[in-house]
Every structure is written in C-alpha cells, then in structure tokens.
Ligand binder design. Structure first.
Ligand SMILES: O=C(O)C(=O)C[C@H](O)[C@H](O)COP(=O)(O)O
Length: 206
C-alpha cells in the first residue's frame, strides 16, 4: 500500500507510545475499533518492536507503521518487525536513500520549504510536518502550499481535537498525526473503552 493511500485511509494517525507489550494488542484493537486503522508505534520504548509484531499478528485489519525512526539501524529493526510504513521526525540523506533503495513507504518529517524541495527532487511528495504547532502550524502549511501545492502533508506535534479540523481543511493536508487518543494514563489503566471512544471521535474529524 502506498504512503499516499495510507495517509488517505483515515483523518488521524494515532501516535502510540507503548511501555508494556501486553498493552499493545488491546490498545490497537481499541483504536481500530474506533475507526482508526492506521497506527504509528513510536520506537521510543523497549516494547515497541515486539508490539509491532504482536499487533500485526493479532489485528490484521490494522495498517501498522513505526515512528521515531531516526537512522538506518532503527529503519532496519522497524522493517524486520513488519512495519508497513515508516515515520521519521526529521530527514537525513542516509535514511532517505536507504528507504528509497528498499522500496519503503516513507513519511519523512520536514518543517521548511528547503527540506520539502530536497525530498521533491527525490520524488517524495508525501511528508510529515513536524513539529506542526511549534513550526508555524496552519499558517505555515498554507504558505508552503502556495509555491509547493504538489506536496501532501501529515502535520504532527501539538495537533489536538481543537485544532485538527483547521489542519484537515487545508488542501495540502491529507491527515494529521497525534497522541491524544492514546494518552499515557488511559493506556496504563487499561481504559480501552475510553480510548475507543476518543478514537471514534477522532475518526469523525475528517
Ligand atoms: O517521534 C516521532 O516520530 C513522532 O512522530 C513524534 C510525534 O509526532 C509526536 O510525539 C506527537 O506529538 P503529540 O501529538 O503532540 O504528542
């Protein structure tokens, strides 16, 4: 599945931080049950890679990606675990070249026109805008969309239920990423129904 198709699958990609592997499948089921099929598991915890494997095995309808991929070593680990797409906070030439030569579905992070143009030169036009709010938010994306309308963004970082609609209304925004559907406290307490409710609300944002 192409990264463009993945970005158009649901309006919000939940950004998941999983501390305990046993939370991975119930969390994924709650998010998918709420209508969010595309899941980004950040490689910020020791449980992340095993969580990707378990979710892939137990929640076949989920489209499972890895986030916080910051170098080729974490890229290789994420792919070996079965990640269907890769999200990076920023972009390095080494990471982009490795992804391109392996046919990886990549959502690379940028927040300047120069970074966006550098990736366009390589044929990449689906980008994460990170950290969205801190880097200029909706006005910045509107401005970039003037000269570079062919780029499609997934703004992430500071996106929440109060500002998500404004982002999603932009022509150059395909989806947004955010962690608000899976807050650490609800995950730790196993409040899967509440998480499913938050996911269902998020799924209506588009
Ligand atoms: O590490 C990565 O690769 C990321 O994707 C970072 C995430 O985009 C943000 O951590 C989500 O930001 P919040 O929704 O503001 O919590």
């Amino acid at each position: 599945m192409s990264i463009e198709t993945i970005m158009n699958t649901s309006p919000v990609i939940p950004v998941m931080v999983i501390d305990k592997v046993e939370n991975a499948v119930p969390l994924a089921k709650a998010l998918v049950g709420g209508g969010l099929k595309v899941l980004e598991i950040t490689l910020r915890t020791d449980a992340a890679l095993e969580s990707i494997r378990e979710i892939k095995a137990a929640v076949p309808e989920a489209i499972v990606g890895a986030g916080t991929v910051i170098n080729t070593a974490t890229l290789d680990q994420a792919l070996a675990a079965g990640s269907e797409f890769i999200v990076t906070p920023g972009t390095t030439p080494g990471l982009v070249d490795a992804a391109l030569s392996n046919g990886v579905q990549l959502l690379p992070g940028v927040n300047t026109p120069t970074e966006a143009m550098t990736l366009l030169e390589k044929g990449i036009s689906a980008l994460k805008f990170f950290p969205a709010e801190a880097a200029g938010g909706v006005p910045m994306l509107k401005s970039i969309g003037g000269p570079l309308p062919q780029i499609s963004f997934c703004p992430t970082g500071g996106v929440n239920p109060n500002n998500a609609r404004e982002y999603l209304a932009l022509k150059n925004v395909a989806c947004v990423g955010g962690s608000w559907m899976a807050p650490a406290n609800l995950v730790a307490e196993g409040k899967w129904e509440e998480i499913q409710h938050l996911a269902a609300e998020a799924a209506t944002l588009g």
